[in-house]
Design a protein around this ligand. Structure first.
Ligand code: SF4
Ligand code: SF4
Length: 85
């Protein structure tokens, strides 16, 4: 499952540099997560780094992007292959 940042985000900038997949960017008003890049940190860490760090706990799982661990692992491998090109 990709994660999603809610409008409770206070734009503290903490999560963006910590995402191993560069999935977090500043949107028009608050930070956003690209569901094509978020692997829930599968392949990099045991726990989603952004969730661990967010001071206001505004990063729930996105019910629009339910994915199994296997699917997340495949996404991780696709992203790794893409960065090697
Ligand atoms: S869970 Fe991991 S991969 Fe997904 S946005 Fe957060 S830090 Fe990035
Ligand atoms: S850590 Fe949380 S509050 Fe800070 S920018 Fe990221 S989502 Fe927003």
């Amino acid at each position: 499952m990709a994660l999603r940042i809610t409008d409770e985000c206070i734009n503290c900038d903490v999560c963006e540099p910590e995402c191993p997949n560069q999935a977090i960017t500043l949107g028009q008003e608050i930070y956003e997560i690209d569901p094509d890049k978020c692997t829930e940190c599968v392949g990099h860490f045991d726990e989603p780094q952004c969730v661990q760090l967010c001071p206001v706990s505004c990063i729930p799982v996105d019910p629009q992007h339910v994915e199994s661990r296997e699917t997340l692992w495949q996404k991780f491998q696709r992203l790794q292959a893409a960065t090697k090109v």
